[in-house]
Design a binder for this molecule. Sequence first.
Ligand code: ADP
Length: 294
Amino acid sequence: MHVAHQQDFRSRALAVEARGVSVEYERTRDKSTLIALEGFDLEVREGEFLAIVGPSGCGKSTFLNVVAGLVPPAAGEIKVYGKPVTGPGPDRAVVFQDYALMPWRTVESNVRFGLEMQGRIDSDTGAKVARYIKMVGLAGFEKSYPRELSGGMRQRVGLARALVTEPRLLLMDEPFAAVDAMTRELMQEELTKIVATTGQPIIFITHGVDEAVTLADRIAVVTNRPGRIKEIIDVDLPRPRSRASRQLPEFQALRDRVWQLLSEEHPERAELAQPVPAAVGGPAARDNDPETSV
Ligand code: ADP
């Protein structure tokens, strides 16, 4: 079944095409230029689950923001379903790590907000909101406020608010980083089921190597900053994947491969590998840069 799924997405239309994307920021402290991404190339197809891993500060969130239309690239090309990205749009939805819920709104009202922002309130809205609340396992909590919910439940609200807009592409930035290990596992299982139903492609940033191998069809490993694709790993493991899958030698081999690539990119490892005297502007200059620390 999974093999069919793999072949399936590989022959499908391109959902995201990034070619030579570069992003520069101006550092506030001295107005110097920080190159977050440089020559970043990536393709994501319809129906694909793509995980992105890489050292902290390598530009993963920046790339997601470029796809979301929130950060314009300094160079390169970014297309979503064949159209150049010029800003945010209803075809894309982002799920953030910190949930970004409104504390004064109930669960129902927070989910509804996804549609309100797009001016899409109609007679069907109530039923749609209820359907997605149920899909993320929050039926019965419609009238609760975020403060009355656990971290995992708040994250579900964030997910429902994105799903209710029925985006053609889901962008997730470390969505399960702030929940406990058991909840994370449950959320991973549910997300897998939900995307099997809804079918939209996902770009999913994570620091969890096991999480990436468990969820993804492919894993894109990003280099240390300026970020570009170091390697893309195919995860040809049968689905559904569970905790038991993690015992498979194939799972462990994939996990080891990702760790190996990541450790090569760890800023401290990179510096140890190439002894650079205290040259200004070389890798040694990063020692004092809190932005590169993991
Ligand atoms: P990651 O998600 O991989 O941790 P980010 O994309 O958040 O990395 O950041 C990449 C680099 O760009 C970091 O050094 C970060 O400090 C810097 N950065 C991110 N956003 C901004 C911004 N709005 N202004 C200036 N620098 C930024």
